[in-house]
Every structure is written in structure tokens, then in C-alpha cells.
Design a protein around this ligand. Structure first.
Ligand code: NDP
Ligand code: 2IT
Length: 453
């Protein structure tokens, strides 16, 4: 049946969202991510019958494939543990499936469907040939020994390896999956297949990893922020920045902000935030990297070590700042927090995490004409350097740090340009609209080329 041309944009939006919610009940994060995209794509395709009649958005919101499996492993006391593992292969129109794995107790299908949908747009924005996927498990790495994490990763990969491959689907890290987990996952894949291929990115430098991959997401989100500021004739130097999280994305965002002359005054984890009015410096950041990656401790230890205040159970958005970078998790800025940021004079937000800002909070930022960089554009640097890791693996060479930094900087600048091209709205830039439309076009055109599949 072809598209009902008598429907207005509003009626089409209502019809589309009703259908999505009916087919995917109780998956609120997935509904949220799709709603945010549909709000800009449905009016845009309304006047473009080619995309409309081919039902591209409907097809993009139905993942190509969802794999779900039981993961059994034994803890250090010999108890049998059972977790659930997933891989959501959302769309491979423009390249093999690509996206991270998340190990966190909150992981469910809704989380991974939203993340794989976002990933499809993000990967398209990088300009590299990568489709969208995401996977993970409700396994909670906190408090587990290295041996337990190893046994879990080996069990997880044993169930997943049949579904991935260097030209099929290439996982990487995300929350709870860092260098240690990637090592165990890749090692098990190699053992099971007897092949050494670029099937995972974020690998150690000794076994096929890429320079700049660990820094790429945080650095990229700061580069995007820098380009937004430049667009409005502003500079990074001297700005005060508030960051949430203290993991991979947050720490390297902090490092690049500091290098560009901004003052970073907060970091957080799931137990609260620290406020350091003097700002982080290299020594303090090294302390955090060791705390989080080696000792696996809590951010409250920063407060004890450097004699600053720790705010248990709170998020950092009430601390006055010029720049805000949510780098922890989804839905970590609500409407009230957005209003406080605006009231305190914040001029720009760059999302290091995926979908950290609730939709109502995005509206607050947009009404206040604050510069707002949505995650699918701002944090695309990580997967972009993953794409470069894939290229290096295929060529069996390693590029230098300078070369990779240059490519990352160029890719972020190009994403910014494309958001400006598709998001210009009078004297302001709607980066949400720009990122959605720019990401959509490439995937949609590839899908049109394939016909009805
Ligand atoms: P890490 O596991 O390295 O760090 C996550 C950080 O966020 C930790 O400080 C963690 O605190 C905090 N956090 C996680 N969940 C919650 C929660 N529910 N409430 C409060 N704090 C929380 O992950 P990454 O830095 O890799 O990922 C952070 C975000 O960036 C995620 O949204 C991820 O999807 C996104 N991202 C990551 C990329 C990458 O390359 N790694 C690429 C693009 C996006 P605690 O330790 O207490 O749990
Ligand atoms: O959300 C993301 O873009 C990531 N977690 C990185 C994915 C990747 O394949 O590098």
C-alpha cells in the first residue's frame, strides 16, 4: 500500500508513533530515540515522495535482526550465574554492522534498540562505510574479579561469534566494556575461529588496535564543541566546563578541554559528583585514569585526595558553567536541570554520551538558543576511529598518531559542516535537525538503490 497522501505531517507523525509503540511495547528509550528523529524526518520526507512511498523510516525502525542468548558462567565461588546477551543488527545498508557492546545491569532490549538506531545515523554521519548495531548484556562488571570478567566475556563471545565477522558485524566497547573486556572478547573469538581478523575494534595496540581510538570519542566531542563555538565567533580559552561521568568518554573530553584552555570543574559516577573549583590538571586527571582503569574505585576518592567537595547521589548540572558535556549515560539531563544550566549562563552543550538529554530538556536548550550538539554527531569520533582501525587492519598497516589525529579532526569538522548545511534555520543552527537529515540521506539512498528488501 502506498503512503496515505491525505495525512498532514502531524497526522502522519501520530500514525507513525502509534504503530511503533504498538509493535515495540514498553520500550521507552527506543520510543524516545525514534520520536526525536521522526520529529525532523517526517516533515522532511513529507515533500519527498521517493523516500515517503518507500517507507524508509518504517524500515529503519525495524532492526534487520535481533539476536538474544543465554550466557552461563561460574563465579569465583563456583556458583552458576545466568545473564542475557544481545546483538541488535539494526541496518547494514551502507556497510557492515558496527557498534559497541555495553555491560551494565540496566541493559535490556529497549536500550540496545535505541542505541543501534542512533548508531545507524551516527555511522552514516562519519562518512565511512559502516552500518549500525549495538549489543551487550545485563552482566554487571562492578565488584567482579578479573577472572570472573574473563569467564563471562569468554562465555558471551562463545554465543556471539557465529553472528559477527570483519565484513559482517564488528563490535567495540561501550559502558562497562573497556580495554580489559575487549582483550578477553577478542582472545576468545580468535580461539574459536582460529582466525586473526579485525572483528572487534578498540583492540590493544599490541594486537591490531589503533592509536587515538581510546581518546577519540572524548576528543571528537570537544572538537565538535570547538567548531560550534567558532561558528558563533566564540573561543574555548577560559571557558568553565562541567562534565558528567569519569569513564572513557568523560576523561578524554576533560583532557582535550584542558588542552584547549578550558577549565573542567566536575566529574561524576553513578554515586555522585565532585566539584573542583580550581579545575582539573594533568596530575588530577592521571589520578582519575588510574582510579577508574586500574583500581576500579569511586570518584568520591578524588574529593578525599584533592580536598574538594563530593555531592553523593547528585548530578553536576547545578554547578555554574559556560559549557556542559554529559558523558555518562542516557537521560541524565532533565527539563529542570536544563533550565538551571540555561539560568546559570551555559552557552553550549556537547553530548559525549548517547541520548543523555531528555527530549523536554532539548526543547529548553533550543528555546534558549543555546548551542546544542546531539550525540549522534558530537560523539561520532569514537566510531570514526574504529572505522579507521578497520581500514588499518584490512591494509595490515598502522597509521601514526599525527595521521589519526588529523583524520579525526577532519571527520568531526565535516560532520559539523553537514549539520550546518541541513540544520540552518535563520540565524541559528538546529544541530538536531541537521544531524538527523544528514545521517538519514545516505542510508535512505542506499536503501532505495536496493529496492524492496
Ligand atoms: P565507561 O564505562 O568508561 O564510563 C561510564 C561512566 O558513566 C562511569 O563514570 C559510570 O559510573 C557512569 N555511568 C554509567 N551508567 C550510569 C548511570 N546509569 N548513572 C550514572 N552514571 C552512570 O563508558 P564510556 O565512557 O565508554 O561511555 C559513556 C557514554 O558514552 C555512554 O552513553 C556510551 O554509550 C557513550 N559513548 C561511548 C563511546 C566509546 O567509544 N566508549 C563512543 C560513543 C558514545 P559508574 O562507574 O559508577 O557506573
Ligand atoms: O556509541 C558508540 O558510538 C560506541 N560505543 C563506539 C562504537 C564503535 O564501534 O566504536
Amino acid at each position: 500500500m502506498s503512503y496515505d497522501e491525505t495525512l498532514s505531517v502531524e497526522q502522519e507523525m501520530e500514525r507513525f508513533m502509534k504503530g511503533l509503540i504498538r509493535r515495540n511495547p514498553c520500550e521507552e528509550e527506543f520510543h524516545q530515540a525514534v520520536h526525536e528523529v521522526a520529529t525532523t524526518i517526517i516533515p522532511w520526507v513529507h515533500d519527498r515522495p521517493l523516500y515517503r512511498n518507500a517507507r524508509i523510516l518504517e524500515r529503519m525502525t525495524e532492526p534487520d535482526r535481533i539476536i538474544s542468548f543465554r550466557v552461563c558462567w561460574e563465579d569465583d565461588n563456583g556458583n552458576v550465574r545466568v545473564n542475557r546477551g544481545y546483538r541488535v543488527q539494526c541496518n547494514n545498508a551502507i556497510g557492515p554492522y558496527k557498534g559497541g557492546l555495553r555491560f551494565h545491569h540496566s541493559v535490556n532490549l529497549s536500550t540496545l534498540k535505541f542505541l543501534s538506531f542512533e548508531q545507524t545515523f551516527k555511522n552514516s554521519l562519519t562518512g565511512l562505510p559502516m552500518g549500525g548495531a549495538k549489543g551487550g548484556s545485563d552482566f554487571n562488571p562492578k565488584g567482579k574479579s578479573d577472572h570472573e570478567v574473563m569467564r563471562f566475556c569468554q562465555a558471551f563471545m562463545t554465543l556471539l561469534f557465529n553472528h559477527i565477522g570483519a565484513d559482517i558485524d564488528i563490535p567495540a566497547g561501550d559502558i562497562g566494556v573497556g580495554a580489559r573486556e575487549i582483550g578477553y572478547l577478542f582472545g576468545q573469538h580468535k580461539r574459536l575461529t582460529n582466525e586473526f581478523t579485525g572483528v572487534i575494534t578498540g583492540k590493544g595496540l599490541e594486537y591490531g588496535g589503533s592509536l587515538v581510538r581510546q581518546e577519540a570519542t572524548g576528543y571528537g566531542a570537544v572538537y565538535f564543541l570547538e567548531d560550534m563555538l567558532k561558528e558563533r565567533g566564540q573561543e574555548m580559552e577560559g571557558k568553565v566546563a562541567v562534565i558528567s561521568g569519569s569513564g572513557n568518554v568523560a576523561t578524554f573530553a576533560a583532557k582535550k578541554l584542558m588542552a584547549l584552555g578550558a577549565k573542567v570543574v566536575t566529574l561524576s559516577d553513578s554515586s555522585g559528583y565532585i566539584h573542583d573549583p580550581d579545575g582539573l590538571n594533568e596530575d588530577k586527571l592521571n589520578f582519575v585514569l588510574e582510579l577508574k582503569n586500574v583500581r576500579r574505585g569511586r570518584i568520591s576518592e578524588y574529593a578525599d585526595a584533592f580536598n574538594v567537595k563530593f555531592y553523593p547521589g547528585e548530578r553536576p548540572w547545578s554547578v555554574p558553567c559556560d559549557l556542559a558535556m554529559p558523558c555518562a549515560t542516557q537521560n541524565e539531563i532533565n527539563k529542570q536541570e536544563a533550565e538551571i544550566l540555561v539560568k546559570n549562563g551555559c552557552i553550549a552543550v556537547s553530548e559525549g554520551a548517547n541520548m543523555p538529554t531528555e527530549e523536554e530538556a532539548i526543547s529548553v536548550f533550543q528555546q534558549a538558543k543555546l548551542m546544542f550538539a546531539p550525540s549522534k554527531a558530537a560523539n561520532a569520533g569514537g566510531v570514526a576511529v574504529s572505522g579507521l582501525e578497520m581500514s588499518q587492519n584490512s591494509l595490515r598497516i598502522s597509521w601514526t598518531e599525527d595521521e589519526l589525529n588529523r583524520q579525526l579532526r577532519d571527520i568531526m569538522a565535516r560532520i559539523h559542516d553537514r549539520c550546518v548545511e541541513h540544520g540552518r534555520d535563520g540565524d541559528r543552527i538546529d544541530y538536531v535537525k541537521g544531524a538527523n537529515i544528514a545521517g538519514f540521506i545516505k542510508v535512505a539512498d542506499a536503501m532505495l538503490a536496493y529496492g524492496v528488501v
